[in-house]
Design a protein around this ligand. Structure first.
Ligand SMILES: Cc1ncc(COP(=O)(O)O)c(C=O)c1O
Length: 397
C-alpha cells in the first residue's frame, strides 16, 4: 500500500478505512490557527460563553461533598433525572415520553452516536439536508453508513427541500438525520415541513434522527417543533437534546436521547459500549437545572437575539463582502462570501484570520454546498462582535 506524504504526517498508517476517510474538522483547524494569532476576534465556535448558573454548580458541589458521584449510575442514567427529562419532554416538546424512554448521554453528541450506531448497518444510506453540522456526517461514516447529501437553498432560507429528499430515497436508505434549529445556517424547520417529512419517513419506513441542541433558541416568532411529538413518528424517531446550550453546560458533557421504549434496549447497548454512563456529577447538576429556575434560558435567548441583531446591522455595512439571510434560530449566521468572487471559503477564512485577525469558519466544513459561505457565531459578548466587524470594515474598505 502506498501512503501519501500527508498520510505519513497525520500518521494514518494502519488505521481503519473508516477513520482515514473522515476529513479533519475545519472548526478545529481554525481554532488551531487562531491560537497562534494574538488578540484574535474569535467567532468560530458555537459554544456559549456564559458561565453555568450558580445553583447548578452548587448542586454538583453538594453531590460531590455527599459522596454521591464516585461510582457509576445505571447505564441509562439516574432514575430521578430520567423522570424529570420525561416531564420536560412532555411539557416543552409535546413528546409522549416515559422515563424508560430516556437515556442520559455524554452531551447530545454521544446520544447521536449511539442512535446512529443502533439503527445503521454498514452500507445503509442516511439522508442529510446540507449544509449541516459535520459531526453528524462523521458519525454515520464511523458506523460505515453512507451519507447522502440533499442541498438546501439559501434563496428559501435553507428550508428543507422535501421533493429532493423524496427523490434521494433508494432501497438502501435507512434514515434521515437533521438538526433544527440548524447549525450552521440558522434555519428552523417548521411544523408543516416536519409533518411532511414525517409522511415521507412513514411512507418509506425510515428512521429519523434529530439533533435538537438549539431547541430553545428561535427568534421572531419562529418555534421549534419536535418531530417525535407526532404520535405515528414516535416509534421511528431518535431525538437528542442537551444541557450544553440551554444551561451553558458545555464542559459538563451532559445531554439525553429519547426514543420509543422498544428501541431503548438496543440503543442502550451502543451507549453502554461508548460511555457506560453519563458523568454522574453532571447528572446531579442536570437534575438541578431541570428542577431550578428556568429564567437563564430566556436570558440566553434574549442575549443571542440582541447579538444576532447587532451582527446583522454590522454585516449590512459590509454588503460588498457578505450577503446573508437573517437566522431564525441557533446562534449562527451563514452568509455568502461575495467580496472577491472566489468560491474558496477556506482560503478566504485563512486570509481573513492572518490579515485582519478575525476567526470565522469556512462554509465548506458543513457540506459541499457550503462552499462560498462562512459561518459566524454570535454566542459571544457583543464587544467581540464589534471588534471583529471594526476590523473587517477597515480591512475591506
Ligand atoms: C448542532 C449541534 N449539536 C450538538 C452539539 C454539541 O452538543 P453537546 O455538547 O451536547 O454534545 C453542537 C455544538 O456545537 C451543535 O452545534
Amino acid at each position: 500500500m502506498i501512503f501519501s506524504g500527508l498520510d505519513m504526517m497525520e500518521n494514518k498508517r494502519g488505521c481503519s478505512k473508516r477513520v482515514r476517510e473522515i476529513r479533519s474538522s475545519a472548526i478545529h483547524e481554525m481554532t488551531r490557527l487562531s491560537s497562534k494569532i494574538e488578540d484574535v476576534a474569535f467567532l468560530s465556535w458555537a459554544k456559549p460563553t456564559s458561565d453555568t448558573p450558580d445553583h447548578i454548580k452548587a448542586a454538583a458541589v453538594k453531590a460531590i461533598g455527599e459522596g454521591r458521584v464516585g461510582g457509576y449510575s445505571p447505564s441509562e442514567g439516574l432514575p430521578e433525572l430520567r423522570r424529570l427529562i420525561s416531564e420536560k419532554l412532555r411539557r416543552t416538546n409535546h413528546i409522549d415520553a416515559e422515563g424508560n424512554e430516556i437515556i442520559a448521554t455524554i452531551g447530545a453528541i454521544e446520544g447521536l452516536s449511539a442512535s446512529v450506531m443502533a439503527v445503521i448497518d454498514p452500507g445503509d444510506e442516511v439522508i442529510f439536508p446540507i449544509p449541516t453540522y459535520s459531526t453528524h456526517i462523521r458519525q454515520v461514516q464511523l458506523a460505515s453508513g453512507i451519507p447522502v447529501f440533499v442541498p438546501t437553498d439559501e434563496t428559501n432560507g435553507f428550508d428543507l427541500d422535501l421533493d429532493a429528499i423524496e427523490r434521494a430515497i433508494t432501497p438502501r436508505t435507512r434514515a434521515i438525520m437533521y438538526c433544527s434549529p440548524n447549525n450552521p445556517t440558522g434555519a428552523v424547520y417548521t411544523e408543516k415541513q416536519l409533518k411532511e417529512l414525517a409522511d415521507i419517513a412513514i411512507k418509506n419506513d425510515l428512521f429519523v434522527i434529530t439533533d435538537e441542541a438549539y431547541e430553545y433558541f428561535t427568534y421572531d416568532g419562529y418555534e421549534h417543533f419536535s418531530i417525535a411529538s407526532i404520535p405515528e413518528m414516535k416509534e421511528r424517531t431518535l431525538s437528542s437534546f442537551t444541557f450544553t446550550k440551554s444551561f451553558a453546560m458545555t464542559g459538563w458533557r451532559i445531554g439525553y436521547l429519547h426514543a420509543d421504549h422498544s428501541l431503548i434496549p438496543q440503543i442502550g447497548k451502543a451507549h453502554n459500549a461508548f460511555a457506560i454512563c453519563a458523568p454522574v456529577v453532571s447528572q446531579y447538576a442536570a437534575i438541578a437545572a431541570l428542577e431550578g429556575p428556568q429564567d437563564c434560558i430566556d436570558e440566553f435567548r434574549e442575549h443571542y437575539r440582541s447579538a444576532r441583531d447587532l451582527m446583522c446591522r454590522r454585516m449590512d455595512a459590509l454588503d460588498h463582502v457578505f450577503e446573508y439571510k437573517k437566522p431564525k434560530g441557533s446562534y449562527l449566521m451563514f452568509p455568502r462570501i461575495i467580496s472577491d468572487g472566489s468560491e474558496d471559503s477556506t482560503k478566504f477564512c485563512k486570509k481573513l484570520l492572518r490579515e485582519a485577525r478575525v476567526s470565522i469558519t469556512p462554509g465548506v466544513a458543513f457540506g459541499p454546498n457550503g462552499e462560498g459561505y462562512a459561518r459566524f457565531s454570535f454566542c459571544v459578548p457583543e464587544p467581540q462582535i464589534d471588534k471583529a466587524f471594526d476590523r473587517m470594515e477597515e480591512y475591506f474598505k
